[in-house]
Design a protein around this ligand. Sequence first.
Ligand SMILES: [Zn+2]
Ligand SMILES: [Zn+2]
Length: 391
Amino acid sequence: MVVVSKQLFDAVCRDAHCSLMTHPWNESCIKACPGLYKDAVIGSAKFYSIIYLAQILMRGKKMMKKEQWIKMGEYYVRSTMLGFMVTSVGPNISCLIRKMLGDQFYSSTYLFIPFAVCGLFIYLEPPSRRGLVINLFCNLLIEYYIKVLERAGYPTVTRTHQTLMFMLGSSLLFYLMRLEGDKKERTPLFWLFTPEKVKRKTTESESPCPHKGKCEKYVAKGFATYFGVGLGISLARLIIPKISTPIKAISSIRSKHFKLAMFFGSYIGIYRAVVCYLCRKQGFDSALYALPAGYAAGISFLFNPSLGLSIASLTAAFKLYSTILYEKKILPSNIPLPELLYCFCQGTLFNARIVDPDACPSYVFNLMKSCSNGRSEHVFKSFSEVIRHAI
Ligand SMILES: [Zn+2]
Ligand SMILES: [Zn+2]
């Protein structure tokens, strides 16, 4: 599809009726609501049930306690509320602004402003999860901008760039994680692996490494565990769609399914090996060792390159760094900067889904399609028709 520029939007969509632009299933703004609300509830409940199921599986043993289930239940309801409110209130605001501006759409008031305003519903998420969601949306926004810049003729981000970004990101991230190690409240972060705390030696004879037992065993155990996790994920991806014919699935295992396993395994293995080497050489442990160790470990990215992952490593490091800036009072804590950033991300990305789908990250397609139970596709189809008629 062509890129809908501001000029094209103004020429074609300004006077289009909102039933073509935002609620193609019903001509009336009011009558379009009940159907949308119903699908927003169903869609959001479904979407988050999958996300929470994955989280429950990842938490494993922690879920043995009853309080954990109650907490997860509450979080699930809050997340579903967020999905429902954004999906149903966003289009309502779009219609409302159109009415207030004399039955006219502007490129910013069509989807960007309505969904940016709805970004405030992020407060429905509990604070511990909110940071993760904001982090995710920032990553998606950067991914989107990179695609837009590439299309505008800027140099493409090559695999070498991505690898260097990931190496740098891992290096800073592990260093900042180790710096945070002694704090009671750690910044909530979702990353492949949490490095050990810096060890303070109590007796001279003690080993300087941040682990018990032999170094070789520690490195090998890290490699093996994460290799297993990576392999498990790859095989699950392979076998689940073919669950009816497991024999066929197993016979189709190829070396590419070991790539994720090799990535996980070597990422942790290299990191641990470098930290142990430096501890033994220097005779004491230091958070600084994470810098070369993380950088070297980042090379495993070549087993499993992805632009999203390299962006995520850098933004996660930045997130930890911003915690330090807040503590030093360099960033003002009375202005909700992360939440405002979320509003901007949501407005931009949801607008891109309809107006600029070629550059929009696929996660946003999925999110909007699931939470609206398919209605976002309907809106996109109708919007495309409006554009196609004009050109
Ligand atoms: Zn309307
Ligand atoms: Zn060691």
